[in-house]
Design a protein around this ligand. Structure first.
Ligand SMILES: [Fe+2]
Ligand SMILES: [Fe+2]
Length: 328
């Protein structure tokens, strides 16, 4: 009798507490901007405060939640409107600057499909499954980009706003395939290698152990290991072409030797990796920028052209900037 009374009282209490919170999707969170409300996790039947109003969810934190498969978080129910306004404001900034043509809509659908697959790839720990899914996804992407070889595509279509590594990987893959194709790489297999390598380039990230108490500098330092972690994971799978492995191993190597892990220089960096390096830095700069998506894209292109130019293969950078500038 006592137990029944306790349980019913506990249920009534939990109901009272749960009325005070409302669930939101992880994907609704705007990364890098102060939260308009507090944010809570539901663990062991209790709501725990995860972040308070004004805190910023950075990309590393977003990644940790995504890699741990946290799909829902909670906000105080009374602040739902405030939260929705915040989300809507971001959606307005991300909206494509141009209306979508039928061919663009088709690419947008493939992008959504590849995004779902990439989420599975990052949450899986089976190298063979990762490889099979990635090859399939990159084939779809390449087929789509190759449908209209001479069409200039708006950058807002090739690249969404990267909240975390999954978004980023899809962006880098689409951008790399598009750049390679526009630069004159016409062979389907080559484009698939670059698409696959780009989709997997950061696959080591979920495997880097980060402590919740690590400072942003410590996280950044530890994260450098994601290159070797990615290589180790993929090396165990014999079906991965060497080209793909080289892209994963060299995607942080810079033309002037200032990259990592090996500090390779110039032509010692594999040809296709040099294209992925450009797409990777471009997407990082856009994700870390301020303003609307198009404003961020324009700023990133200027920074690569005028500040960071020594880090890239000069001929490829020249071509890439010309191609990308047509899309903004
Ligand atoms: Fe990386
Ligand atoms: Fe990356």
């Amino acid at each position: 009798m006592y137990l029944v009374w306790t349980i019913s009282k506990l249920q009534a209490y939990n109901k009272g507490v749960s009325d005070k919170f409302i669930s939101i999707n992880l994907g609704e969170i705007v990364v890098g901007e102060p939260l308009p409300t507090s944010l809570h996790l539901y663990i062991n039947f209790r709501f725990l405060t995860f972040r308070i109003e004004g805190d910023v969810i950075d990309r590393a934190t977003y990644d940790r939640l995504e890699f741990k498969k946290v799909k829902n978080l909670f906000i105080p129910a009374a602040e739902k409107q405030k939260f929705d306004d915040w989300v809507k404001n971001r959606a307005r900034q991300e909206a494509p600057a141009v209306p979508l043509s039928p061919e663009s809509q088709s690419l947008a659908l493939v992008r959504e499909d590849v995004h779902r697959t990439t989420m599975d790839i990052f949450q899986s720990s089976h190298p063979d499954k990762i490889v099979a899914k990635t090859l399939e996804a990159s084939k779809k992407l390449v087929d789509e980009v190759m449908k209209f070889p001479y069409a200039v595509k708006p950058l807002s279509l090739l690249q969404g706003y990267s909240k975390g590594t999954v978004d980023h990987s899809v962006n880098v893959s689409i951008l790399s395939v598009y750049l390679a194709q526009q630069m004159g790489y016409a062979h389907q297999l080559i484009l698939q290698h670059i698409g696959t390598g780009a989709l997997l380039h950061d696959v080591g990230k979920p495997r880097v152990a980060i402590d919740d108490n690590d400072s942003p500098e410590e996280v950044e330092n530890k994260m450098k290991d994601h290159v070797d972690q990615g290589v180790t994971l993929i090396e165990s799978e014999s079906k991965v072409p060497n080209e793909v492995k080289m892209i994963i191993a060299q995607h942080h190597e810079f033309h002037d030797g200032s990259g990592f892990p090996k500090g390779l220089k110039g032509n010692n960096i594999y040809d296709l990796a040099r294209i992925v390096v450009i797409a990777n830095v471009f997407d990082e700069l856009v994700a870390d920028g301020q303003g609307t998506l198009v404003e961020r894209q324009r700023k990133a292109l200027t920074v690569m052209d005028q500040v960071m130019f020594k880090k890239f293969d000069p001929q490829k950078l020249d071509k890439a900037l010309r191609i990308l500038k047509l899309g903004v």
